[in-house]
Design a protein around this ligand. Structure first.
Ligand code: SF4
Length: 280
């Protein structure tokens, strides 16, 4: 039986596809892991990918992905999979999610994988209400093939969860271990949100017992103000804390912020005029 605590991305007999029961979604999420070599172009200090390496994944075996998706969807929608493996009350397919051991859009044939999901959804008769979610750090969205993929994703009841943890160069440098300007994040967010419904996702936590700094939070709120001033059609912000232990060397330095702090910050962001969903 799957549990909400088990977010392992390995399913025996499958290379790319894995099931997860999501408490937040109240159902089963069928994950797609394109980064089978645990490679990402970022190195977030809270990342829960074991043996994470910098780099890109090998090209996806498109035929294998299509077979795996088709077979798993068949088991979920027409077989006994939900009754056998999913707790009562959560026996429904909530979404198909590109959520792997690294950034999905850096897969060399990412665009083709969107086509695979489209064909697999159609062949298995996946209900339209089931979302296709892309969890991304957004850093490759300016690439033509990725942007085209996002437009196709929109046709599959798509949703993008676009990571924006820190908006200052220093903050992103430390938390995500990347060299990224807020203007590049903003332009990629504009491309994403105009191609497909998009949520920002932001992870907040303490480092060495210290909450995110006032300067960092105020830069974040200014970024959101700019998003709203530019009329970027974002759906809102998913705010969350440390759900599981980091697999990075900084893990012992990280801890959760207090719930009341989180609720106050969520409220302050809501006051800017944006929907905020908080998962503590
Ligand atoms: S972008 Fe995602 S997979 Fe990549 S390092 Fe950050 S948390 Fe890990």
């Amino acid at each position: 039986m799957l549990s909400t605590h088990d977010h392992n991305r390995f399913q025996k007999g499958y290379q790319y596809v894995y099931p997860v029961v999501s408490r937040r979604a109240g159902g089963l999420s069928l994950g797609i892991n394109l980064n089978t070599n645990n490679a990402c172009n970022w190195r977030c200090i809270y990342c829960q990918v074991p043996d994470l390496v910098r780099g890109t994944p090998p090209a996806v075996d498109i035929e294998l992905l299509e077979r795996e998706l088709g077979s798993f969807l068949e088991q979920i929608l027409k077989g006994p999979y939900l009754a056998d493996h999913v707790p009562e009350g959560q026996r429904r397919l909530n979404d198909i999610a590109f959520s792997g051991n690294g950034e999905p859009t850096i897969a060399p044939n990412f665009l083709q994988t969107i086509g695979v999901v489209g064909r697999a959804r159609k062949a298995a008769g996946v209900p339209t209400a089931v979302k296709t979610v892309l969890i991304t750090n957004g850093s490759f969205i300016h690439r033509e093939k990725v942007r085209v993929g996002l437009e196709s994703l929109a046709d599959l009841n798509g949703e993008i969860w676009f990571k924006v943890d820190r908006v200052t160069k220093e903050g992103a440098g430390f938390i995500n271990d990347i060299n990224l300007s807020s203007s590049r994040t903003m332009s990629n967010l504009a491309l994403a949100s105009r191609a497909c419904p998009t949520w920002l996702q932001t992870c907040l936590f303490r480092v060495d017992g210290v909450n995110p700094s006032d300067d960092e939070l105020s830069a974040y709120k200014n970024f959101i103000r700019d998003v709203l001033d530019q009329d970027l059609p974002i759906k809102g912000i998913l705010l969350y804390g440390l759900a599981r232990t980091s697999c990075q060397p900084e893990a012992p330095r990280l801890s959760s912020v207090e719930n009341s702090w989180f609720e106050d910050f969520a409220e302050a962001v809501r006051e800017l005029g944006v929907v905020v969903k908080l998962t503590i």
